[in-house]
Design a protein around this ligand. Structure first.
Ligand code: 2YJ
Length: 269
């Protein structure tokens, strides 16, 4: 699993309005609409439910430690959607205690392996991997003007790919799945709604709609794809090489945190 760096999220806060506009340009809808669609609620329901909550982000020092700006970036995305949110002064368990003392109803926290939003009242949580997969499918579905009956290639059967597949099925898309590791494909071998692909180059040239949920960078070239390809790529680093990025940028959804965190919030409410 790729670990975000301070560089990945630098300026995220100050550029959220611009980011939202570019999302509208590409998909026709904003971040709140994408997150609510991914969560199966209306944008209006999201806006109303958000008012009742106060979120906290708890920095976690375990493993490779704090990523400068991570907690603040998560906070700014949550606030951008209209939800009250603070970053705790204390980290780790003391931070969780502080969040509860300060009446947080949702707690966001990430270590090197997991990133979750915990609903204090319900005792349930949403995982960033699943939320990110669903959020990117929501963005791709809007960019494609609907995915019902369409073939969609999912690269990577990890937590993000699995989240993507769950929403693609709900939307009635035809899922085509590629993963370098045969082991990761096992759960889908008997899934009648998923077709396994075994040649990456063949699959990339065959399908117009692509969800890249791999942690690999620069492995997709401009000539590997159909001319009208549309891509949703939550993976960091980006799977497209620079030439492919220049060609497909207007039909590419890719960000370090925004869609994943927004969808976590919409799903946990
Ligand atoms: O609190 C902090 O500043 C750090 N402990 C944040 C760590 C963020 N974690 C990651 O970037 C990992 N890749 C896990 C993210 C899971 C994404 N599905």
């Amino acid at each position: 699993m790729t670990r975000l760096t301070t560089h990945d999220i630098a300026k995220l806060d100050s550029e959220l309005t611009q980011y939202n506009l570019s999302l509208i340009e590409k998909t026709g809808v904003d971040l709140a609409a994408i997150a609510s669609f991914a969560a199966g609620i209306t944008r209006e329901n999201l806006k109303q439910a958000i008012q009742k909550h106060r979120a906290a982000v708890v920095p976690i020092t375990s493993g490779q430690g704090i990523i400068g700006g991570f907690a603040e970036s998560v906070q700014s995305i949550i606030q951008f959607l209209g939800c009250a949110c603070f970053v705790t002064e204390a980290a780790n368990v003391a931070g969780i205690a502080e969040a509860i003392d300060r009446k947080a109803s949702i707690i966001f926290a990430a270590d090197d392996d997991r990133f979750i939003a915990y609903h204090v009242g319900k005792g349930s949580y949403v995982d960033n991997g699943e939320a990110t997969g669903r959020g990117y499918v929501a963005a791709l579905a809007h960019m494609a003007k609907g995915l019902k009956g369409q073939d969609v290639l999912v690269l990577g059967a990890g937590p993000v790919g699995q989240g993507a597949i769950s929403l693609l099925k709900e939307l009635g898309a035809r899922v085509k799945l590629f993963d370098l590791q045969a082991e990761a494909l096992k759960p889908y071998q008997t899934d009648a709604l998923v077709t396994l692909e075994f040649s990456l180059s063949e699959a990339l040239s065959k399908y117009r709609f692509i969800l890249d949920a791999t942690p690999a960078g620069g492995f997709i070239g401009a000539d590997d794809l159909q001319p009208l390809a549309m891509l949703a790529a939550p993976g960091i680093p980006l799977g497209l090489n620079l030439e492919a990025l220049a060609k497909f940028g207007p039909h590419l959804i890719h960000d370090p945190l925004q869609i994943g965190v927004a969808t976590m919030l919409a799903m946990i409410l």
